[in-house]
Design a protein around this ligand. Structure first.
Ligand code: MG
Length: 382
């Protein structure tokens, strides 16, 4: 049995990961689990999977969990960032699934790498903000990073058995989100409720807003740059509203390989957790014929976030960390009614303008940059 530590158990990826584990019994055991604020669901999960160590975000929730489990179940209970680190480095775990959202995932991911854990990476913000350092550490500690993001899983599958020297470019597909066909004018009236209604994918709030602005695809471009060690000129984004092709690789001979499947995150989760094996599982199959598959160019004018991500990626150094932190702040401000939809990329651009990027060597430098960008974003929001 594979021993798994999960960061972000009660979130969308965490819940779907537990469904995958249930669907293929006696293969994976969650031994350490961390959740944020959803203590009721977490209590159910802890009772069901009986991990040895768990963590919640708040101290009072951890105490509540202790009372609920007292006398019934022996488990070490932690909280806060110390708890995340304890789960990420839990000695019995061989793989760590990073399904937590945002730059808060950086520290535990780096700790897990240093502890020699295989990483099933669902926290793209870590690679966006600190990709250079994370990939360097992964090589140094001989750790495999297995993408859970559906686009990167697709590319990973297309690259199987191929020589990386023969890759001409990566084609990341994007659904285009709910506002794909909206005019600039219409987009001024977008509310959080509208933006949270994604046409194809069931996901958490942060990534759903990122999908609506196309920042998600921008973050994925940077993620791909680091995961597959490829330069930005060789990464293109294609709008593919059906979300059937999850991404493609073009080779030097002109051949293009694509990975297809239903838009269901359980498929890439399962592939990462069981790699290099393929398991039958319980994910729905494509129904043939699948109908029309269409492809268009993204509109960089209506979706400036995508351009900002390419810019930040090309500048490199600390700039992607600033892009990411400013975007997290902007999305939060939009969701809480403090910022308009169209102001999200404006805020990110403004924070980036005020930053002098520098070559970083430590995670602490990236975290300090992240904190600076958040302070600057908050000033601008006010
Ligand atoms: Mg994705």
């Amino acid at each position: 049995m594979k021993q798994l530590a999960i960061l972000g158990c009660t979130g969308s990826i965490g819940r779907q990961t537990l469904q995958v584990i249930d669907s293929i019994p006696n293969t994976i055991k969650p031994v350490a689990m961390a959740a944020g604020n959803n203590k009721l669901l977490f209590l159910e999960q802890v009772k069901k999977y009986k991990p040895q160590l768990v963590s919640l975000h708040h101290e009072e929730d951890a105490r509540w969990l202790q009372q609920q489990l007292d006398g019934h179940q022996k488990v070490d209970i932690y909280y806060g960032s110390e708890g995340l680190l304890a789960v990420a480095t839990f000695p019995d775990a061989d793989t760590v699934l990073t399904a937590i959202s945002g730059a808060v995932g950086m520290q535990p991911t780096v700790a897990a790498i240093k502890a020699g854990k295989t990483i099933a990476l669902a926290n793209k913000e870590t690679l966006v903000a600190a990709g250079e350092l994370v990939m360097l550490l992964a090589r140094e500690y001989g750790v495999h990073i297995m993408p859970v993001d559906s686009e990167h899983s697709a590319i990973w599958q297309c690259l199987h058995g191929e020589n990386s020297h023969n890759v001409a470019r990566l084609l990341l597909t994007a659904s285009g989100g709910p506002f794909r066909n909206w005019s600039n004018e219409q987009m001024t009236a977008i509310t959080p409720e509208m933006a949270l209604n994604h046409p194809n994918w069931q996901m958490g709030a942060k990534i759903t807003i990122d999908s609506a602005t196309l920042m998600n695809k921008g973050l994925e471009v940077i993620e791909a740059r680091w995961l597959f060690n490829i330069n930005y000129d060789s990464i293109d984004v294609v709008i593919h509203p059906q979300s059937i092709i999850h991404s493609m690789v073009e080779f030097n001979d002109g051949s293009v390989l694509a990975q297809m499947g239903v838009p269901d995150m359980r498929l890439p989760i399962q592939y990462a957790l069981f790699y290099p094996q393929r398991m039958a599982g319980k994910v729905t199959r494509l129904q043939w014929p699948i109908g029309e598959l269409t492809f268009t160019e993204p509109d960089f004018e209506r979706f400036p976030s995508l351009n900002l991500a390419f810019q930040a990626g090309r500048v490199g150094k600390t700039m992607p960390a600033v892009l990411n932190a400013a975007n997290e702040m902007a999305v939060h401000a939009f969701l809480t009614g403090r910022l308009e939809f169209k102001a999200i990329p404006k805020l990110v651009a403004k924070v980036m303008e005020g930053h002098s990027p520098f070559q970083y060597n430590t995670l602490e430098e990236i975290m300090e940059t992240d904190r600076w960008a958040r302070r600057r974003a908050e000033e601008l929001i006010r």
